[in-house]
Design a protein around this ligand. Sequence first.
Ligand code: ADP
Length: 271
Amino acid sequence: RVTALARPGEPRDARRVFLVLLRDLTEARRVERMRADFVANASHELRTPLASLSGFIETLQGPARNDPAARERFLEVMAEQARRMSRLIDDLMSLSRIEVKAHVAPETIVDLAPIVEHVVDAMLPLANDSGVELVVAIGDRPLPVRGDRDELAQVFQNLVHNAIKYGHEGKRVEITARAERRMPAKPARAIVTVVDFGQGIAPEHLPRLTERFYRVDTATSRAKGGTGLGLAIVKHIIARHRGQLTIESEPGKGAAFSVAIDLEDVPSQPS
Ligand code: ADP
């Protein structure tokens, strides 16, 4: 582009190239600003539990030194703060791993149905503890897509976990996995939907929900052990799978998160 700028006798092209350069610079600045914001947010999120840990250590070294009951209580809080830092670092690592692979579409063909089933099984204890019934509808037919098994499991785990965390008042979470045939000439898709009947999400929050560290209510998210990165991870994984995430909600009635990924044609096995 810079070579084209220097070429004589092409004023219109030069102008266009200049405009393209300007647009690229603006985009580069936007990306740079986003990156700086992200680092600032991540540092802040890590510093909060760290400050709390430092505070408790000082108290344990000083005033609470000879108070076994206080020691016990403080150590419990400290362990929770350490777990929180650990969750945050895990999520940051996941995001960074996915970003590195962002432009490489997965090649392996995997069946979505058992992946969703495994996630539901793994979430049963949490659902039970939260008084939530998981209602599952997964068809018998396989749902082959080009994908990464672990990443897809993480998507469904984050969605079901959120539905239990934020929608437990609804007492029920519905998980469905099915094929959607589309006419004409569009590839069929696998659709996985997670629906809860909890507080839902006000419309003004919907467009920003998948941004890193965006939370509707920071205190509630923190109290429930959230890092604010779950849906950002979901968005990045689905983008890498050339899929689509749809979020719908009627405040006070619940929320529905749907993932759509193109189905692959798998030749039927000779019997
Ligand atoms: P967090 O770690 O805070 O749960 P997420 O990225 O997973 O972060 O979600 C971002 C925010 O979206 C949450 O803090 C919560 O406010 C909102 N949210 C996500 N799922 C739901 C849901 N099923 N019902 C209501 N709010 C939700």
